[in-house]
Design a protein around this ligand. Structure first.
Ligand code: BES
Ligand code: ZN
Length: 616
């Protein structure tokens, strides 16, 4: 049947509109309730009152809207928030709002009646004392033992537990904030920050570059500042600040190296805040203010690749952001590659290859555990029905890294760096999906490559399982030397006769990690007597050693292990240690006994993991 011409034109237009809207880089974010297709937030004004005795923030969030479709309702994400009042623009009359059905691990939608002309929505609220993003530390959990401490961890979907907002990486807004606290304490945010305490305990913040909610951050405590260079410095409790200044001395050099690689640093300052040991991550790339675990204060600057990593996120992640958590490899894989490049610039190829090979070993471990054909080994994930953190980080980080390294090796550093620099420039302050990236790289790098016969299986890398055949394999000459010594020991040479001269943290990590699981207790004892592993202060070596100690039921290390589990809350260490203990009946009993004492000192991110491991 033939339609009249005007209908045919209408159909064509409809089809075109459908096609264009669906080809747009935006993708539904299944981890947010927000009606972001209809209305978005462009700016936020926060007024936060920190109440330590009640473990509660009382706040007002004023959200500036851009109402794309003239909708009359605004749907936000909230989780555990007690909403007191909602008003619009300058009118003080409360308007209707509705808290929808609660969904475990996601919170609940907050639906507010607005009008198409509403510019600003003001929400008065209180956080729950058990807000997932926040950890309220008692004085005894800090270095100083005198004052309480508060910090946030918003990534991935916890911002909604302390600020009502559109909690999705795909929407960006600028923010200003006022924080009121005890005058003995300093407040800091992912924004312009004070460097000294204020007599009245009131601090003002400004974040002029638009950021997504997962980069909203707050910390309050007895914190001091020390500069490291012109645009960078360290914040920490007074007891550890000198140690931190020593450890992070190379930060200005890292910034220079990063800028040389991929263009100017766009965030003004780059400071590092060292948190108390219960911080659940190694680091978090909060813009202008990286949050870091004190477990990287090794005393010899050997664990600072973590700073390179969080700094690198200032480009990969904070400038060009994953549109949804399915695309997190675009943040973390790129950042891991960039981290290794910064380390290579500062400390040379041998150093960078060692950390890359450790990453590669982790990746192989993950692939073996998941199975090479598991959909969870794809870079582009499908998290339908799952929590954003229900991923394997070695896939996201190290397979992502290996993909970029393979591209670098195929196209040469010069061409690949030029491509990445243009990518960061072109998509700065925008979001990216795996699909869009696959098309972009095919257009902008591979096409060139095809002409010179260097096609590199882009789609297989991003959307396929396992590891493509062309994957680059890191091979560290330093680690080969370590292998020779380990083999000699296993064949009967005494531990004290091994040649370990000049070994650094990463040599030791490799030495321990590759030890077999069936050594005798005499061998464990001999290693410990020769190298004093159990008494070491370096968290990474100690962690690798504790894993071996548990595998061998090497009891001499257990008091130190217990002390470690009671004083450190970094999930990457704590969760695998409990999991290793839980493999045997005796071990599980011990794990449960320690966990009973330790749990209240952990951040929700950490105890949620461990709860699952120990089925508490
Ligand atoms: N952004 C991550 C931390 C994160 C990831 C928090 C996903 C929540 C969900 C951060 O940049 C990171 O990768 N930290 C690592 C450090 C590292 C690989 C050097 C960590 O904490 O171990
Ligand atoms: Zn990261």
């Amino acid at each position: 049947m033939l339609y009249p011409v005007k209908f045919r034109i209408l159909f064509c237009l409809l089809f075109l509109t459908f096609f264009l809207t669906n080809c747009h880089a935006s993708k539904k974010d299944i981890h947010s309730f927000a009606n972001m297709d209809e209305v978005i937030i462009t700016h936020m004004d926060l007024d936060l009152d920190i109440n330590f005795p009640a473990n509660q923030i009382r706040g007002t969030a004023s959200l500036t809207l851009d109402n794309l479709t003239a909708t009359d309702s605004l749907i936000l994400d909230s989780w555990g928030l007690e909403i007191a009042k909602v008003t619009l623009d300058d009118d003080d009359t409360p308007v209707k709002f509705l808290l929808g059905k609660f969904k475990k691990d996601f919170g609940q939608p907050l639906k507010i009646e607005i009008s198409p002309s509403t510019k600003i929505v003001h929400i008065q609220y209180k956080t729950s004392p058990t807000a997932e993003a926040l950890q309220w530390l008692k004085p005894e959990q800090t270095s100083g033992k005198k004052y309480p401490f508060l910090f946030s961890q918003s990534q991935s979907i916890y911002a909604r537990t302390w600020v009502p907002s559109m909690d999705t990486p795909s929407i960006r807004f600028t923010y200003n904030s006022t924080v009121k606290t005890d005058p003995n304490l300093l407040a800091l945010m992912s924004a312009s920050n004070p460097t000294e305490k204020n007599e009245n305990g009131i601090y003002h913040f400004k974040m002029e570059q638009p950021i997504p909610t997962y980069l909203l951050a707050l910390a309050v405590g007895d914190i001091e500042f020390q500069p490291l260079g012109e645009i960078s410095g360290v914040y920490a409790e007074p007891e550890i600040i000198e140690k931190a200044v020593y450890e992070f001395a190379d930060t200005p050099k890292m910034i220079k190296a990063a800028e040389k690689l991929y263009g100017p640093y766009k965030w003004g300052r780059y400071d590092i805040l060292v948190l108390p040991p219960s911080f659940p991550y190694g680091g978090m790339e909060n813009p202008r203010l990286t949050f870091a675990t004190p477990t990287i204060l090794a005393g010899d600057r050997s664990l600072v690749s973590l700073v390179a990593h969080e700094l690198a996120h200032s480009w990969s992640g904070n400038l060009v952001t994953n549109a949804t958590w399915d695309d997190i490899w675009l943040n973390e894989g790129f950042t891991t590659y960039f981290e290794y490049r910064i380390m290579e610039e500062l400390y040379g190829r041998d150093y960078a290859t060692m950390i890359e090979q450790i990453g590669y070993q982790n990746l192989k471990g993950a692939l073996n555990e998941l199975g090479y054909d598991s959909p969870d080994t794809k870079l582009a994930l499908d998290l339908t029905g799952r929590h954003p953190e229900d991923t394997n980080s070695s896939i996201v980080y190290e397979k992502g890294e290996l993909f970029l390294r393979t591209l670098e090796v195929t196209y040469g550093k010069e061409q690949f760096d030029k491509f990445l620099k243009t990518y960061f420039d072109s998509f700065a302050f925008k979001t990216m999906t795996s699909d869009h990236f696959a098309k972009y790289i095919t257009e902008n790098l591979v096409k060139d490559g095809k002409r010179t016969g260097k096609a590199v299986l882009i789609y297989e890398w991003i959307f396929g399982t396992g590891l493509p055949d062309n994957a680059y394999i890191p091979d560290s000459p330093e680690f080969r030397k370590v292998d020779v010594q380990r083999e000699a020991f296993l064949k009967g040479a005494s531990a004290t006769s091994l040649n370990t001269e000049g070994w650094t943290t990463h040599h030791w990590m490799h030495f321990i990690r590759v030890l077999p699981t069936n050594m005798s207790l005499e061998q464990m004892n001999e290693l410990d007597s020769a190298f004093k592993f159990t008494r070491l202060g370096n968290s990474e070596i100690l962690f690798a050693w504790f894993i071996k100690a548990i595998e061998h039921n090497y009891r001499e290390a257990y008091p130190a292990l217990e002390h470690f589990l009671l004083s450190v809350g970094r999930a990457k260490f704590v969760a695998p240690l409990y999991a290793a203990l839980a493999k045997t009946k005796d071990g599980k009993e011990m794990a449960i006994r320690i966990y009973k004492k330790a749990r209240h000192g952990y951040h929700p991110v950490t105890y949620n993991y461990v709860d699952k491991i120990l089925e508490q």
